[in-house]
Design a binder for this molecule. Structure first.
Ligand code: GLN
Length: 397
C-alpha cells in the first residue's frame, strides 16, 4: 500500500490522456496531461514549489519572492516589488559591461545594437517583471532548440527522437562538425548538429506542416502569436554553409531521413522566430509551471516533455560553458547567438535576459552575469543549501 502522497502522485500520473489531437492544425499531439494532473501534482507537492523546492529566503537573499492572491496584480507606485528592484539593480550594474562581440557570421545579426539590454522575469503564477529592452524583438536562435526537442519528443516519441540524437553534453562549440564516436548521433539536441537532426525527424513526419506547428507551439508557450523574421531567415539560409555541412554529415550517417535541404530550412526558420525577453520569460514560466502557460492557462507541453527539456537544458544548454553554468548558476537554461538567455526555476520562475554582445562561447555576456546575479541573490541554485530535493521524502522522513 502506497503512502498517501505517493498515491496522489501515482493517481496523477495515471490520469494522463493518450492521443489528444491538435485542434488547430490537425497535427497529432502526444499524450497530454490534463490540468487535473497538474492540480494533483500541485496538491501533492504543496503550494510552494515542489521538486527542487526553492526557499528564496536563502543564502544572502535580498528578496523574498511571494505571490499575491491575484498573481497579475500590479504594485502600487509606492511599493516597488523586491524582484523589480532587483532586476533594475542588475540591469544598471551590467549595462556598464561592454565586453564581448555581436555575432557576425549571420550577416543580419551583425546589425544588432550592441547596447540593447533587457531583463524579464515571469513567475509560475503569471506575474511579470521587466526592465530595459524587454519588449524589443530579436530572433530566438538556439533558445528554440529545447522547445523543438520537446515538441519532437511529444509528437514522435522518445525512442524515435533518441534514434537521431543523444542527450550527452558535447563539451564542444555549438556549431562543431562532429558526431558522437560509436553511435554517429549528434551529442545532444542543443548543439546545431542535434537540432538539425531533430528538425529532420520532425520534417520526415510532418513535412511542410512542421514549421507552422513549431511556430504555433512556441506562440502558445509565449502567450501570443509569434512571427518569422524573413530577413534573418533568408540571411541565415543564404550563408549557412557550415550547417549544410552538418546536415550532409547527418544524411551520410542516416540521422536525417528526409530531404536534407528541407530539414535545414526548418532549422533556419525555427531559429528566425521573433521573440522578446518578455516572451522568453513567459516561455520559461510555462516550463516552470509544468508546461501550462500561467498567463493564458493553456496547456502547452506535456509534463514529461517538460522534464526532458529541462534536463537537457541543465546539462547542455550553454554549450561548452554548461559545466561552469551549472557551477555558477545551477538552473536549466538556454542561450542563443542573438543574445537571448532563458533560464527556468522549476515550479517558480522563467528568467530571460537579452543583450547581443556574446562571449567566446556564443553566450550573451551580460545575460550570463544577470543570471549569476539572480541565482546568487535569490538562492536559485539547485544545490543551494536552502533547496530541498523531494517534497515527498520531506513528508515521510
Ligand atoms: N542559427 C544559429 C546557427 O545555426 C543558431 C546558433 C546559436 O544560437 N547558437 O548558427
Amino acid at each position: 500500500m502506497l503512502p498517501p502522497r505517493a498515491r496522489t502522485v501515482a493517481n496523477a500520473r495515471s490520469a494522463c490522456v493518450p492521443g489528444r489531437t491538435r485542434r488547430t492544425t490537425g497535427v497529432p499531439r502526444a499524450p497530454a496531461v490534463r490540468s487535473g494532473v497538474r492540480a494533483a501534482v500541485r496538491a501533492a507537492g504543496g503550494s510552494r514549489a515542489g521538486g527542487l523546492g526553492t526557499d528564496v529566503a536563502a543564502s544572502g537573499a535580498a528578496a523574498r519572492l511571494t505571490e499575491s492572491a491575484d498573481a497579475r496584480m500590479t504594485d502600487t507606485p509606492h511599493e516597488v516589488h523586491s524582484i523589480q528592484r532587483l532586476i533594475e539593480r542588475l540591469h544598471a550594474r551590467h549595462a556598464e559591461l561592454d565586453e564581448g562581440e555581436v555575432a557576425t557570421y549571420i550577416p543580419e545579426l551583425a546589425k544588432a545594437d550592441p547596447r540593447a539590454f533587457g531583463i524579464a522575469v515571469a513567475s509560475a503564477q503569471g506575474r511579470i517583471f521587466e526592465v530595459g529592452d524587454a519588449q524589443v524583438p530579436f530572433t530566438i536562435q538556439s533558445v528554440s532548440k529545447p522547445l523543438v526537442f520537446g515538441l519532437a519528443v511529444e509528437t514522435l516519441g522518445h525512442d524515435a527522437v533518441l534514434a537521431h540524437v543523444d542527450v550527452e553534453p558535447s563539451g564542444d562549440a555549438f556549431n562543431s562538425i562532429q558526431l558522437q564516436p560509436g553511435t554517429n548521433r549528434p551529442f545532444n539536441p542543443l548543439i546545431n548538429a542535434g537540432a538539425i537532426a531533430v528538425a529532420g525527424a520532425l520534417h520526415a513526419r510532418f513535412g511542410d506542416e512542421a514549421f507552422g506547428m513549431t511556430l504555433e507551439r512556441l506562440g502558445e508557450a509565449a502567450g501570443r502569436r509569434l512571427e518569422l523574421d524573413e530577413t534573418v531567415y533568408r540571411s541565415e539560409s543564404a550563408t549557412g554553409h557550415r550547417n549544410r555541412a552538418i546536415g550532409h554529415l547527418l544524411l551520410n550517417f542516416g540521422r536525417i531521413e528526409t530531404d536534407v535541404e528541407a530539414a535545414l530550412d526548418l532549422y533556419f526558420r525555427q531559429c528566425s522566430i521573433l521573440v522578446t525577453a518578455r516572451d522568453l520569460a513567459v516561455i520559461g514560466a510555462t516550463l516552470s509551471n509544468m508546461g501550462q502557460n500561467p498567463l493564458t492557462g493553456r496547456e502547452v507541453f506535456d509534463i514529461r516533455a517538460v522534464k526532458d527539456m529541462l534536463s537537457i537544458m541543465f546539462t547542455c544548454g550553454m554549450y561548452d560553458y554548461s559545466g561552469q553554468w551549472a557551477y555558477r548558476v545551477g538552473v536549466p537554461a538556454k542561450s542563443g547567438v542573438s543574445g537571448g538567455v532563458m533560464a527556468v526555476v522549476n515550479r517558480q520562475l522563467g528568467i530571460a535576459a537579452w543583450s547581443p554582445r556574446l562571449d567566446a562561447r556564443g553566450n550573451s555576456r551580460r545575460g550570463v552575469e544577470v543570471c549569476v546575479g539572480l541565482a546568487d541573490e535569490l538562492g536559485l541554485h539547485a544545490f543551494d543549501c536552502m533547496n530541498f530535493g523531494s517534497s515527498y521524502l520531506k513528508a515521510v522522513l
